[in-house]
Design a protein. Structure first.
Length: 218
């Protein structure tokens, strides 16, 4: 049985998005789901999460994807319209250009890299990705990578670092609370597939600059 139902999540999201808890800003804020854990020792590696989840109700504005495909994959990559496509040669030209590399790391959410360029990306983009908690993800070896890229444009990630908690993007404040709740449930299902519900201490929802709202759990 899920630790919290969709109706409870939706009610908490409505509370989070209300004017008293979420004053209007001059930009569209992200909505995040925070989950904290108990009875885990992060130093001993009791809890390691890095799960990529396709959101069932993605926002209209997709996540920004940078792709370094093989020559055979380039035309298929273009069909998916990622934010950036770099050839291996274009990637090599970025060597030593710290400003351009930092800009790419800052402006993109996902970095999908062919196997043949993975070590090059690690050397050139890695120093800028690491501090931002971003990482390269391998492309499949098949030529047609269109759908693979499209999946990442509507995906989020659940990950833990050195603290017993996760903070995960589930959408934007201009989405319906019911859609955000569906996304939150998808994230919680992914977490519960890896972590016993008994180890979940608390759940919260919040917008980028809004108040943190606690979600009642069973």
């Amino acid at each position: 049985m899920p630790i919290v139902g969709k109706d409870i999540i939706e009610s908490s999201l409505k509370n989070s998005l209300s004017p008293e808890n979420n004053p209007k800003r001059n930009f569209v804020q992200s909505v995040e789901l925070i989950v904290t854990f108990k009875d885990v020792d992060m130093k001993k590696g009791d809890l390691k999460l890095r799960e990529i989840i396709v959101l069932p109700k993605p926002p209209e504005k997709p996540k920004k994807v940078l792709v370094v495909p093989t020559f055979q994959q380039i035309e298929y990559a273009k069909k998916a319209e990622p934010n950036v496509i770099l050839t291996r040669e274009e990637l090599q030209k970025l060597q030593g250009n710290k400003r351009a590399v930092k800009k790419l790391a800052r402006q993109n959410d996902w970095f999908l890299i062919s196997a043949e360029s993975m070590s090059l990306v690690g050397r050139i983009l890695g120093p800028a990705l690491g501090p931002r908690g971003k990482f390269p993800t391998p492309l499949p070896n098949t030529a047609d990578i269109t759908e693979y890229i499209l999946r990442f444009k509507r995906s989020t990630i659940v990950k833990t670092k050195d603290q017993p908690q996760t903070q995960t993007f589930i959408g934007l404040e201009n989405q319906q609370p019911s859609d955000l709740a569906e996304n939150a449930i998808a994230v919680l299902n992914a977490i519960e597939s890896k972590v016993s519900p008994s180890k979940i201490r608390s759940i919260y929802v919040k917008t980028t600059m809004g108040k943190i709202i606690k979600v009642p759990i069973r």
